[in-house]
Design a protein. Structure first.
Length: 299
């Protein structure tokens, strides 16, 4: 479907890394330097004096973090330092710069960015907040006192934890474990989160066949504050759980989205002013197809 030689060089790098192709440092830097996607992201302006400005910086780094060795770029290091400076609070990461402003989804995104960039100490601070304060089950109390977690956007906790925040937090635990090994309390919390996802059969309400919400079954890649079926199944693949019967319907849904040309298409872009699209909407998408083909590679 896609001519490999015509793919963006950052995607070529990602495919090579997934194929475990030996690469010299110079080769990796060449892939990064030639990438039009990376160039567009690095050229995107952002502000640090507003919530939306910092969110754009966060989103740009979240996109870059999907590319292997993104942290090798000098400009990325500056962006990482800038984000950390403005979001770091005594307990976790907040786009308002205050503890009260910590929201589960954005906190997890920042933590994942730092984790993937090799900022272990920063990532462990975010990890500890998840382990200590963010509930992974219904009606589970939280000792966190920051207002926004309970009040903003209808509440990240309420009677049920926000699914976006939960999935992204589980992803943090999973990737930390893969990269650095164990951490006190990590395995039990990770298992609790995975069990919660399985209870919902990835995309459904726990007790019926209704989808949790429309964005969850909408195809987009990479991932903003919203999660979706691709990201959730990616976590399950990393944890070797795709063979569980609870994942079957979600996998079949994703397979059914494949076009006659054998690819997948992005169906939505969130907040275009804060995002550099990897693929055009509703057209054959090389990046999203690669992500889904990786997901289904063991099927």
């Amino acid at each position: 479907m896609f001519n490999e030689a015509e793919l963006d060089s950052a995607l070529q790098l990602k495919k090579a890394v997934r194929a475990q192709t030996p690469l010299e440092s110079a080769e990796i830097h060449s892939y990064l330097a030639k990438s039009e996607i990376i160039a567009a992201i690095l050229a995107a302006p952002y502000r640090t004096d507003t919530f939306t400005g910092l969110r754009k910086l966060e989103f740009l780094l979240a996109e870059l973090s999907e590319i292997p060795a993104f942290e090798c770029l000098d400009q990325v290091q500056t962006m990482l330092e800038t984000l950390h400076h403005f979001v770091d609070t005594p307990d976790g990461f907040s786009l308002t710069g205050k503890n009260d402003g910590i929201l589960a989804c954005h906190h997890a995104i920042c933590t994942l960015i730092f984790l993937r960039a090799g900022k272990k100490q920063w990532a462990e601070k975010g990890l500890q907040w998840i382990l200590t304060y963010f509930p992974f089950d219904k009606n589970e109390p939280s000792s966190w006192h920051g207002a926004d977690l309970f009040q903003r956007f209808g509440g990240c906790v309420g009677k049920s934890p926000c699914y976006d925040g939960l999935v992204k937090s589980v992803k943090v635990l999973s990737e930390y474990s893969q990269k650095y090994g164990d951490f006190p309390g990590l395995q039990a919390k990770l298992q609790q989160g995975l069990d919660y996802i399985l209870k919902h059969r990835v995309i459904f309400h726990q007790n019926n066949q209704d989808y949790l919400y429309e964005d969850l079954i909408t195809l987009f890649y990479p991932y903003p504050y919203r999660t979706n079926i691709i990201e959730v199944l990616g976590v399950m693949k990393t944890e070797k759980l795709l063979g569980q019967p609870e994942c079957r319907e979600a996998l079949e849904y994703l397979k059914a989205k494949q076009t006659k040309q054998g690819c997948w298409q992005a169906e939505k872009i969130f907040m275009k002013s804060s995002w550099v699209a990897f693929d055009p909407v509703k057209k054959p998408g090389a990046w999203i197809t690669d992500e889904i083909e990786w997901l289904l590679s063991d099927e």
